[in-house]
Design a protein around this ligand. Structure first.
Ligand SMILES: Nc1ncnc2c1ncn2[C@@H]1O[C@H](COP(=O)(O)OP(=O)(O)OP(=O)(O)O)[C@@H](O)[C@H]1O
Ligand SMILES: [Mg+2]
Length: 298
């Protein structure tokens, strides 16, 4: 039996640092944070009022899976996702938090979203149509929408507190974090993405692009933080229906988007609720993504 759905946490004994669209982040102590993945879902940048059962569980299990799988590339912030190994104030809330929480090492996070793109989609596609480039990378003429790029591109952006992240050049990243760190962020991001995408492709999922965050831990070690290669931080496409020249269905959110497109909603908050059958089908997609990638049942 799976745990009840959860739209929002409130942990009386921990300080809430941040409530994102999907995750609630708490301070455990000076060195550790608790990242709780709720069952909130966003579409068109708005959080919906309807929870997606098991989504928080999938996000947590997938990040953990990738941390393990990619541990040889770079260190990461995960201490444990096992509630029994967490501090007492967390354990007191075990009913809400089990399966959806990561205890992590607090890091000094670089103020850059390390985006890697393997396919021509989203703002990259728009850039290309306008300029023939994606974030300053010149590309061949005549590429189709959703085309696979010969080399994955590092296309960093700012971490906007509010509103949309803004693409920045590598020169701007160097101004923010220095030349040496920039080089390491780029190299590490490309390596992580390349390995993950090869692995996922063999299992029926195209990871079209993704976003990593890195920090430095107490000892100054480069550390992969945040969530990793989840459907929320990446574009997952079903590989069997992939076809350049059009937009691709989203592996996880397509039912939600399709439903919302049937409404006259203006895509501004508050977002409408989605019907139970759409939510249920979406749960199945998230669970399926985990099963395909990890080879395990959730
Ligand atoms: N180890 C860490 N140390 C310090 N900060 C971290 C660490 N891991 C993740 N973070 C930060 O935690 C925050 C996670 O919250 P965020 O607002 O991204 O949640 P979200 O649900 O993904 O929301 P959104 O969809 O709006 O991005 C990010 O700002 C990230 O930089
Ligand atoms: Mg985020």
């Amino acid at each position: 039996m799976s745990a009840a759905t959860l739209l929002q946490t409130s942990l009386p004994d921990l300080k809430l640092l941040r409530r994102g669209k999907v995750r609630d982040v708490y301070e455990v102590d000076d060195d550790r944070l608790l990242i709780v993945a709720t069952d909130r879902i966003s579409a068109f940048d708005c959080v919906l009022p309807t929870p997606i059962e098991r989504k928080g569980e999938v996000l947590t299990a997938l990040s953990e899976f990738w941390f393990e799988k990619l541990g040889h590339v770079v260190a990461n912030h995960l201490i444990t996702s096992n509630i029994d190994e967490m501090p007492e104030p967390v354990q007191r809330e075990r009913q809400a938090l089990t399966g959806r929480s990561m205890l992590v090492r607090r890091s000094e996070v670089f103020p850059v979203e390390c985006v890697v793109r393997g396919y021509l989609v989203g703002s990259g596609w728009k850039d290309y149509l306008r300029t023939g480039e994606v974030c300053g990378h010149k590309l061949p003429e005549g590429l189709l929408e959703s085309a696979e790029l010969t080399e994955p591109l590092f296309t960093p952006s700012t971490k906007a507190e509010q509103g949309h992240d803004e693409n920045i050049s590598e020169a701007q990243v160097r101004d923010l974090v220095g030349a040496e760190a920039t080089e390491r962020l780029r190299e590490t991001s490309i390596r992580l993405y390349s390995e993950a995408r090869r692995y996922a492709r063999e299992r029926g999922i195209i990871i079209a692009d993704t976003k990593f965050e890195f920090g430095l831990d107490k000892n100054g070690t480069l550390t992969l933080v945040d969530e990793v290669l989840t459907p929320d931080s990446s574009r997952f496409w079903p590989a069997d229906s992939y076809e350049p020249g059009r937009s691709q269905p989203s592996f996880d959110k397509q039912f939600v988007r399709d439903y919302l497109e049937t409404l006259s909603w203006d895509k501004k908050p508050p977002a409408p609720a989605i019907p139970p059958e759409v939510a249920k089908a979406t749960t199945e997609r998230y669970v399926e993504a985990y099963r395909l990638l990890s080879g395990k049942e959730l």
